[in-house]
Write a protein that binds this ligand. Structure first.
Ligand code: SF4
Ligand code: SF4
Length: 338
């Protein structure tokens, strides 16, 4: 079963990459949030609460239908902790019913053999778990020691692909933990990526020599699948800005629990338009809009989507876009006057 799922997944991946390279008129990746609530409270996180209710299934289905209308290739279900949503399997089934590739980001706490089998049956294709340290501390309990049993269940029962992400930088106490986490991931047959994070005050500082060595060692271990695409991290590790074209609001969408479209989890509020009203005009505007936060951005999945279009269609700042719009309007008035 695992081998045939692997081949099907590879075929579907090749198909979505070819489609994304041939045309820019559709969404490549959307993150949807069915559950803002989380069972944990990581010290660095601004993406959870402890009180909100799950988004009702019929509302989630309507949002997924709209994403299908926008031609979305991949939907990743995120949170909060999406495993706390009581109808997560139905959400996954609904995404798959549109032929969309389906992924999940979870903190890993809720995986049991039975739960994993139900996710297989629902058609989940990708899972990412971030593990921050080996031993839990006051900042994070996403820890190898706590999650190792869950990882073993996943290795034994999951038919979907699993990626384990570790983190480095930002004052993480034990950078060596990233290497321990990555080694364990590889041992269990998973892929592995490493995220470089900003310093506590949000600034971009170069990694220390020790952190750099660990970063390159972990990167080498994860040198397959999408881990290959994280070139931007080499600049970020050196504390240097990276030049690229962020296509969020267009080729990448972040849909919050209220159904609003945002650039990404860290730039919520822009453009802040309800998904049901999101038009191809919004899509085209955001595709062309240069994002002020791009040079220091560390969000891996949006960088990976950006690679598909980095070589085409230069972007403009919002001021340049307004200027161009005014010129077009003036030209229109002159033509009408003639
Ligand atoms: S598990 Fe994830 S969503 Fe929950 S607090 Fe930690 S980082 Fe945030
Ligand atoms: S550049 Fe990064 S932080 Fe800025 S909108 Fe794009 S993904 Fe979000």
């Amino acid at each position: 079963m695992r081998q045939s799922s692997f081949l099907k997944r590879k075929f579907r991946e090749a198909a979505f990459i070819s489609r994304a390279l041939l045309s820019t008129d559709h969404v490549v990746l959307a993150h949807i949030i069915p559950m803002r609530r989380c069972n944990l409270a990581c010290g660095y996180c601004n993406e959870y609460d402890h009180t909100s209710n799950p988004v009702p299934l019929d509302v989630m289905k309507r949002r997924i239908d709209k994403l299908a209308e926008l031609g979305t290739s991949i939907v990743t279900i995120s949170g909060g902790e999406p495993m706390m949503h009581p109808q997560l399997d139905d959400i996954i089934r609904h995404v798959r019913s549109h032929g969309i590739i389906t992924g999940l980001i979870s903190n890993g706490y809720y995986f049991t053999p039975d739960r994993i089998k139900r996710l297989n049956e629902a058609g989940l294709e990708y899972l990412q778990i971030s593990i921050d340290n080996v031993e839990p501390d006051e900042v994070s309990r996403k820890s190898l020691r706590v999650l190792d049993k869950k990882l073993r269940y996943l290795a034994e029962h999951a038919a979907f692909h699993i990626n384990i992400n570790s983190v480095i930088g930002g004052g993480i106490k034990q950078p060596e933990d990233a290497l321990t986490v990555a080694k364990r991931a590889v041992e269990l047959g998973f892929s592995t990526t490493v995220g470089v994070i900003h310093d506590e005050d949000g600034t971009l500082k170069p990694l220390t020599e020790n952190e750099k060595q660990i970063f390159h060692a972990v990167k080498k271990m994860g040198n397959k699948d999408h881990a290959r695409l994280n070139w931007f991290q080499d600049s970020i590790a050196e504390g240097e800005p990276y030049e690229w074209r962020c296509r969020s609001g267009s080729r990448y969408l972040y849909i919050c629990e209220d159904g609003l479209v945002h650039w990404c989890s860290q730039q919520r509020g822009y453009p802040g338009i309800p998904l049901e009203k999101y038009s191809m005009e919004d899509f085209a505007r955001e595709y062309k809009t240069e994002k002020w936060c791009a040079p220091t951005c560390t969000i891996q999945c949006v960088h990976q989507v950006g690679i598909l279009d980095n070589w085409r269609d230069p972007q403009m700042t919002p001021v340049q876009m307004r200027k161009e719009q005014k010129q077009k309007e003036r030209l229109g008035q002159m033509v009408r006057a003639d």
